[in-house]
Design a protein around this ligand. Sequence first.
Ligand code: BDR
Ligand code: CA
Length: 302
Amino acid sequence: MAKSRIIIDCDPGVDDAIALLLAFASPDEIEIVGITTVIGNVSLPLTTRNALRITAMAGRQDIPVHAGCSRPIILPRVQRGASVHGTDGLGDLGISDATHEAESQHAVDFIIDTILREPGEITLCPIGPMTNIALALIKEPSIAEKIKAIVFMGGAAFTPGNTATDAEFNIWIDPHAAQVVLSSGIPMTMFGLDATRHATLTKARFDQLERDASPIMQTAIAIMRHYGSGDASLHDPCVTAFLIDPTLFRGVDAVIEVECDQAGAYGRTRAVENGNGRPVHVITEVDDERLFQLIDQRLRLL
Ligand code: BDR
Ligand code: CA
């Protein structure tokens, strides 16, 4: 399988951190061209600080971090509560600050420039609200046909939400952005709650991770333990795991519509039979044991 050249668009975030570490540990399969940050689990200054802290922790200061949008397109939203990701977004563990800084170029411009420079080569991996990706498509529509693919975490096609009754968090924060992206016609793979709810950390799995854990691994475990108290699903790492081993997952093709009406099921992502537009590959099944083994093996390489 050819190596994926990717931009990870994220809001770290506990599970975003693990998704990044998994990608860092998989250089044969994944080359990260850049990391872009967005408001989501915590504010933009914090998601950017966390992206820098994670790259520093793994010695990957060579990967540029670009800060993006500090609010959704239409409705300002509060961030997710401290109970899920901690007030600092990484479990309030006192992880050291990076000594390097984010790039001066805005994330939206970095995404546009990178895709125009390497048409057909770049896969976008949004694992937070899709505001940056939507604005890149709006600012420079010609990039749509030059993006190789989008593999994203967000939504819930056939299952209830985790934020509002029918809405998943990333989509609920900025459904208008999601609608722009999902209707773009770009080849897309969706990791919604249909799949990611099955990527769970059990006590036995924590015990396995802890065996002979390296210092980075110990920090990763501590971050995940914070998360485990509320929502034990490792949503975002499914995206980077897919690029490493797509045989871990199975799905169906469906057109996805996003509810943007505040009077309706705001933020819902509905699979529509015979809907208009290009179908999205919606992942519905995860081999969670093999997924966990992959995460365990790869994090040990850091
Ligand atoms: C998504 O919401 C965030 O809290 C996680 O980082 C993940 O991207 C799951 O609904
Ligand atoms: Ca996330």
